[in-house]
Design a protein around this ligand. Sequence first.
Ligand code: TZP
Ligand code: MG
Length: 205
Amino acid sequence: MTLSEQLRKYLVMGSQDTDRDPAEVLDEAIQAGITAFQYREKGRGSLEGEAKLELGRKLRGLCRDKGILFIVNDDLDMVEPLEADGVHVGQEDISVEVIRSQFPDKILGLSVSTEQEIAKSSLEKVDYLGAGPVFQTSTKEDAKPVVGIVWIKQLREAYRDLPIVGIGGINTENASSVIEAGAAGVAVVSAITHAESIAEAVKRL
Ligand code: TZP
Ligand code: MG
């Protein structure tokens, strides 16, 4: 599978995103057909320290068993302990140059929301772009202004060789518009973690 194919249905989740056991949620999502997972333990109610690492190990194990990409969000110090396939960072995090020199072989994803962010980022160091929030989201409290489908199209035209993953407010109704705009995949939190039926939601995505 190419990286683009692996990024197709990308679940992003931490314990704060579900009232259930996150391992159960991830397991159901994997069985239903997600292709990638990002461990994003962040925001109100999230775990810290050893508990965070412990849950990470459990989720990592599930992904390894099923050959699902396992990416950690921001926490560079979890990459090695969890033997992550990669790391996803935003603009507020350490620069991608530094991360690339520290992890030459890991998959590196970078969130971009504006032209200014693009201008100050070394895109040649990254393996894929996270673009969003495409639609309104209530999952991330400090989310940037909505960028819309048009941002996916712009990135697609400007960076032909970089897979793009849309994120933010993507659900079973609007996911196809994100792919049609040129995204390799859709990254979702609540469309899966708050679904009545995870199996159904993943299939419809
Ligand atoms: N980054 C930009 S929007 C977002 C993140 C992590 C949250 C997406 O959550 P949802 O529930 O899929 O809108
Ligand atoms: Mg970040």
